[in-house]
Design a protein around this ligand. Structure first.
Ligand code: INI
Length: 174
């Protein structure tokens, strides 16, 4: 059995962070958690670029642009979608989750999902540095791990098969 585990070392990696301005109070806390975690793991301040977008629905577009630039080892997406009294919540949630998944599928750049989908502001704040931790930190850790894991998997003996399957499915390469 061959196993691959990635280190949590963020040094010499470049990160793009896309963060939604909607529910700004929550977003800044998620961003701070993310930034601290990346820097704690060795990323330099100049190796972290942050793109602010109006709302979570706009996150996939900016993430796709950053991913296609080829400048980043991984991206982190941050924001909070808070349930209101209308179905709008469901459409925004679906748009952002489907959109982020499509960016990963189409570009092969790892994208960590640090977007809260919650019932109220209290639940959001609890997950943005409160009693439930900080999902921005968690997303940063996932981004580092995936940025390190990808090259290991590509260098593995299984990689040629992975490449062949990718080109059969018409997937873009980075
Ligand atoms: N965007 C969010 O990031 N969080 C929300 O809770 C939210 N709600 O509730 O409406 C939200 N809506 C805005 C949406 O993301 C777009 O910015 C808007 O529809 C313009 O395209």
């Amino acid at each position: 059995m061959r196993q691959y585990t990635a280190s949590g070392d963020a040094s010499k990696l470049r990160f793009g962070v896309v963060v939604s301005r909607f529910n700004h109070l929550v977003s800044v806390k998620l961003l701070e958690g993310c930034r601290c975690e990346l820097e704690k793991r060795g990323a330099g301040p100049d190796d972290i670029d942050v793109a602010w977008v109006p709302g979570a629905f706009e996150i996939p577009h900016a993430a796709r642009t950053l991913a296609r630039s080829g400048r980043y080892d991984a991206l982190v997406t941050l924001g909070a979608v808070i349930r209101g009294g209308t179905p709008h919540f469901d459409y925004v949630c679906r748009g952002v989750t489907d959109g982020v998944r499509e960016v990963i599928r189409d570009t092969s750049v790892p994208v960590a999902f640090g977007i809260l989908t919650v019932d109220d502001v209290e639940q959001a704040l609890a997950r943005a540095g409160g009693s439930e931790g900080n999902k921005g930190e968690e997303a940063a850790r996932a981004a580092v791990e995936m940025a390190r894991l990808g090259p290991q998997l590509m260098a593995s003996p299984a990689a040629p098969e992975v490449d062949a399957r990718r080109s059969e499915s018409g997937e873009e390469s980075r």
